[in-house]
Design a protein around this ligand. Structure first.
Ligand code: SAH
Ligand code: SF4
Length: 426
C-alpha cells in the first residue's frame, strides 16, 4: 500500500510539473514515504533522515518531507528532532503533497499536517500510474482497519475502514485497462470487509465478479485478506472467476490458539485450517502465503511449536516471518512476559529453516512444467526479463525484443531459492 501511495504522489507531482531526479543529490525536493509497522522500519526512516542532514547543509534550499505512517505516528516530533525536515504529512494527507511543497517554498515555513480527513478521492480525480510496470497496477479499494490486532499499529496510523465507491474503483480499472494494464492488484488492509462501512455498497466477492468481466483484464489479485472474514462467497469466487489468480496471502500470525486470542485475531487454529481446506477444495492448485510473528509477549516454547506445526500442516508456498516488536499505542505494548531478543532471533531462524525446504520442494515440482508468465520488468541480473506466474512466483527468462509486457507460456528449466528460470515456448 505504501508503494502505491508513493505512485499516487509521484503522479500528482508530475501533474504539478515536477520531474523525477536521477539521483538524490540532484533533487530539489526529497520525500520519504514511510512505514511504521515494525520498529526496524521506523528506525530506518530516522537513519536515512540523519544522512540527509548533510545534503541540506550543502544546499539549504532543498525541501525535505516525510509522509506516511511514521509521519502520522510521530507528527511534530519529527520537526523537533530533525531541524532539517521542512514538511511532515500523514496518511490521509498525501493528496495535498504538491500544495504543501508550494507552501514551504513560498513561505519558507515548516509544515506538519497529520489530520485524518477520510477523504478517499483526491480533490481532482487522477489515475495513479504504476511506475515499475506497464502492465501491472495497484488499485486501492479501501483505507484503514477496524480490527485492532493487539500487536498492530495500522489502525492508529491509517484510521478506520473506509471503502471507495465501487463505481469509482471500476472506472479507475477501466482507464488502466485502456492504457494496456493486464493485471490488477486490489489493495486494502482487510479487503474482505470491503463495503461493510457503507449501506450502499456491494460485497467484496461481488466487486471481484464485476471487475472480472471487464474486457482486457487478464489477471486479478488482492491483498490482504483477514482469515476471520473469508466468506463462502469469496471462496466460491476462486472457482468461478477466470481472471482471479490461484494465489492468496492469508496471514496466520501464530499457530497457537492461546496466542491468537491474545492477538485479538478472532479465529482459532482450526477455523483457519478449515478455510484453507475449503480454498483448496475449490482450487486444488491454489498457492498460499502467510505472515507470522514470533516472540509475541507470553509466547512459550509450546506455543511456538504450534506455529511450527501449522507451517508443516499447511505447507505454504512462501512465508513472511517477523520478530515481534512493540508498536505503541498498540495494546500488546502493555502485555507482560516479553520474549527476549535472543529467543525471538532463534525462533525466527527455526521458522525459516523449517520453511526453506518446503518452498524449495514446491519450486522444484515446477521444473519441466509449462506455466503462464506475465513478463513485466527487466530482471536485476540484466539481459533477462522477469515476471510472475499466476501463483505469484518470480520467473526469469532470456530477454527477447517485444516480450516485455506480454503474457507468455514458459517452460521451467530450473528452480532457484527465490525464483525460477525458464524458457519461453509461446
Ligand atoms: N493488514 C494486513 C497486514 C498488516 S501488517 C493483515 O492483517 O494481514 C503486515 C504484517 O506485519 C502483519 O501481518 C504482521 O505479521 C506483521 N506485524 C504487524 N505488527 C507487527 C509487530 N508489532 N511486530 C512484528 N510484526 C508485526
Ligand atoms: Fe493490523 Fe490486524 Fe488490521 Fe492487519 S487486520 S492491519 S494486522 S490490525
Amino acid at each position: 500500500m505504501n508503494v502505491h501511495d508513493s505512485e499516487y504522489m509521484a503522479t500528482l507531482l508530475e501533474e504539478a510539473g515536477y520531474r523525477e531526479a536521477s539521483t538524490l543529490k540532484k533533487a530539489d525536493v526529497i520525500l520519504l514515504n514511510t512505514c511504521a509497522v515494525r520498529q526496524k522500519a521506523e528506525e530506518k526512516v530516522y537513519s536515512l533522515l540523519g544522512r540527509l542532514k548533510f545534503l541540506k547543509k550543502k544546499r539549504p534550499d532543498i525541501i525535505i518531507g516525510v509522509g506516511g505512517c511514521v509521519a502520522q505516528k510521530e507528527g511534530e516530533r519529527i520537526l523537533k528532532r530533525m531541524p532539517h525536515v521542512d514538511l511532515v504529512f500523514g496518511t490521509h494527507q498525501f493528496y495535498h503533497v504538491a500544495e504543501f511543497i508550494e507552501k514551504v517554498r513560498q513561505n519558507r515555513a515548516r509544515i506538519c499536517c497529520v489530520d485524518f480527513s477520510y477523504q478517499l478521492e483526491p480533490p481532482r480525480r487522477i489515475i495513479p500510474l504504476p511506475r515499475e510496470s506497464k502492465v501491472r497496477a495497484y488499485v486501492t479499494i479501501m483505507q484503514g482497519c477496524n480490527n485492532f490486532c493487539t500487536y498492530c499499529i495500522v489502525p492508529y496510523v491509517r484510521g478506520r475502514e473506509v471503502s471507495r465507491r465501487s463505481e469509482d474503483i471500476i472506472e479507475e480499472i477501466k482507464r488502466l485497462l485502456d492504457m494496456g494494464i493486464k493485471e490488477v492488484i486490489l489493495l486494502g488492509q482487510n479487503v474482505n470487509s470491503y463495503g461493510q462501512d457503507r449501506s450502499d455498497e456491494i460485497s467484496f466477492a461481488e466487486l471481484l465478479r464485476r471487475i472480472n468481466k471487464l474486457p482486457g483484464l487478464k489477471r486479478l489479485r488482492f491483498i490482504t485478506s483477514h482469515p476471520k472474514d473469508i466468506s463462502k462467497e469469496l471462496i466460491r469466487a476462486f472457482g468461478e472467476l477466470e481472471t482471479l489468480c490461484e494465489y492468496i496471502h492469508l496471514p496466520v500470525q501464530s499457530g497457537s490458539d492461546r496466542i491468537l486470542k491474545m492477538m485479538n485475531r478472532k479465529y482459532t487454529r482450526s477455523d483457519y485450517l478449515r478455510k484453507i481446506e475449503s480454498l483448496r477444495k475449490v482450487r486444488p492448485d491454489i498457492a498460499i502465503s502467510t505472515d507470522l510473528i514470533v516472540g509475541f509477549p507470553g509466547e512459550t516454547e509450546a506455543d511456538f511449536k504450534e506455529t511450527l506445526s501449522i507451517l508443516k500442516e499447511v505447507e505454504y508456498d512462501t512465508i513472511f516471518a517477523f520478530k515481534y516488536s512493540d508498536r505503541p499505542p498498540a495494546k500488546a505494548v502493555t502485555f507482560k512476559d516479553k520474549v527476549r531478543e535472543e529467543v525471538k532471533k532463534e525462533r525466527l531462524e527455526r521458522v525459516l529453516a523449517l520453511q526453506a525446504p518446503i518452498t524449495e520442494r514446491k519450486n522444484k515440482a515446477l521444473e519441466g512444467k509449462v506455466v503462464e508468465v506475465l513478463l513485466d520488468t527487466y530482471s536485476k541480473r540484466g539481459n533477462q526479463l522477469s515476471g510472475r506466474t499466476r501463483c505469484h512466483r518470480v520467473v526469469n527468462v532470456a530477454a527477447e525484443n517485444g516480450l516485455l509486457g506480454q503474457l507468455v507460456k514458459v517452460k521451467i528449466k530450473e528452480a532457484l531459492a527465490h525464483s525460477l528460470r525458464g524458457e519461453v515456448v509461446s
